[in-house]
Design a protein around this ligand. Structure first.
Ligand code: RM4
Ligand code: MN
Ligand code: MN
Length: 426
């Protein structure tokens, strides 16, 4: 299904008066504080976040999975779903594929479909955490870190194949996330596992086209519960440095132990020019993959504060690969993703309101109270009219969730696809 421009304009008519009033009020206030509202709105409009191909269907837990009607059952339909998100929000202009869950059967057709919907192919993700049918070797005891050379070679080859697939679609980055680790003390030799991983990553890195990046993602636990080989940003950074200039650390917000100061990690990686990508989600306990901003919106804002600072002051970093990495157990996946996109834009907009000069001055004077006032003053602003304006300027809708429901998108998808389709993914 495709949402056309006439439906969008029609829908916007009912909200445009309110929007204009709210926007003018906020814009006047911000302008009187010396803010450049036009530039904030255009930064928001330019901020595009990739949708992971595995998050368009219902997720599940190890206790079960409750399907969601009208799920996309092939890659074409997944791209159509991203198209729906993009036409409503105008901030989801990319898709990130997980291989082998989503190998295109007809590359030209997929590229055409994506082009027509203004969707680009972001980083491609390799999967060496599941065994594939007919695979010669098993990943039960690890992939790139495995004690067996044959297993490592199979995993290296898979990553090289993923690069080839991504290359045909126009992707420019490979994301490597490893489940490798151990469940019990003594099961693995930490040094051997780390060294094997480094050597394997170097072999993959050698196959990276010149204009590509390798993004090394870390995670402290799960599915292994005693140790993970790439457990934290330090391990990721060491491995990236061991590969070379085109290798970077990828931060997934859910991949930290409770109370980690993620904004500080982000900041230091940017200082070192080694922050390459970002997976957005939210969590209460572990890798919960919940809707962005649903649990800790202030932490998200603080992370964006560092990102905004880094984007302005650390040109040593590449353009970051932004992606939502979430899973949906009880919500309509598309509604959940719309909420996540909105939360990202909101945190970004609030961070853009921070008066960086005043903050620096207050820091130099050790005026702790003023520092906090500056941050919280920005955080407490209701920036939603700015988001609406950015969407309207780009041809999107004023209120994406309301529009999704008013246009009856899920109902149409069920009519087209039936009830019992199942999307590939987790
Ligand atoms: C992992 C990690 C990866 C994602 C897989 C599906 O926990 O977040 O980024 O590819 O899940
Ligand atoms: Mn992730
Ligand atoms: Mn994860």
């Amino acid at each position: 299904m495709k949402i056309n421009q006439a439906e969008i304009s029609d829908y916007n008519q009912k909200g445009v008066k309110d929007h204009n009033e709210n926007f003018d009020f906020l814009s006047n206030k911000l302008t009187s504080q010396g803010k450049d509202v036009g530039s904030i709105v255009s930064k928001l409009a330019g901020f595009q976040v990739a949708i992971p191909s595995w998050a368009l269907g219902a997720g599940g837990t190890r206790f079960g999975r409750f399907g969601f009607y009208g799920e996309p059952s092939n890659l074409e339909q997944k791209i159509e779903d991203v198209g729906v998100l993009h036409s409503l929000t105008q901030t989801a202009g990319a898709v990130s594929l997980h291989i082998p869950w989503d190998i295109p059967s007809d590359y030209d057709a997929i590229k055409q479909k994506a082009d027509a919907l203004h969707i680009k192919f972001d980083a491609v993700n390799s999967n060496t955490f599941q065994d594939q049918k007919d695979a010669a070797e098993t990943y039960k005891y690890g992939s790139l870190s495995n004690v067996s050379k044959a297993v490592r070679e199979q995993a290296i080859q898979h990553n090289l194949d993923v690069i080839k697939i991504g290359d045909k679609l126009g992707s420019k980055a490979l994301t490597v996330w490893l489940a490798d680790g151990s469940c019990f003390p003594g099961q693995n030799n930490f040094q051997t596992a780390f060294q094997n991983t480094q050597d394997s990553l170097i072999d993959i890195y050698k196959g990276l086209p010149d204009d590509w990046k390798m993004l090394v993602e870390y995670k402290p636990y799960e599915p292994n519960f005693y140790s993970t080989v790439i457990q934290d940003w330090g391990a990721s950074l060491m491995l990236a440095n061991g590969c070379g200039d085109k290798a970077y650390t990828l931060v997934d917000l859910g991949h930290h132990l409770p109370n980690s100061n993620i904004e500080q990690i982000v900041s230091i990686l940017q200082l070192k020019g080694k922050l390459g990508g970002f997976h957005f989600n939210d969590s209460k306990y572990g890798d919960d993959d919940l809707t962005v901003g649903s649990i800790k919106p202030y932490a998200l804002f603080l992370i964006f504060n560092e990102l905004v600072y880094g984007m302005e002051n650390n040109p040593q970093n590449p353009d970051l690969a932004w992606m939502i990495d979430a899973s949906h157990n009880v919500k309509d996946p598309l509604e959940d993703l719309i909420q996540s996109l909105e939360a990202i834009q909101e945190a970004y907009a609030k961070a853009l309101l921070i008066d960086q000069k005043a903050l620096k001055a207050a820091q130099l004077e050790n005026d702790v109270v003023k520092c906090q006032e500056i941050l919280q003053g920005a955080y407490r602003t209701d920036v939603r009219p700015l988001l609406e304006k950015a969407r309207l300027n780009s041809g999107g809708v004023i209120n994406p969730i309301d529009a999704y429901r008013t246009l009856g998108v899920r109902g149409q998808l069920i009519k087209e696809r039936g009830k019992h389709t199942i999307a590939t993914g987790l």
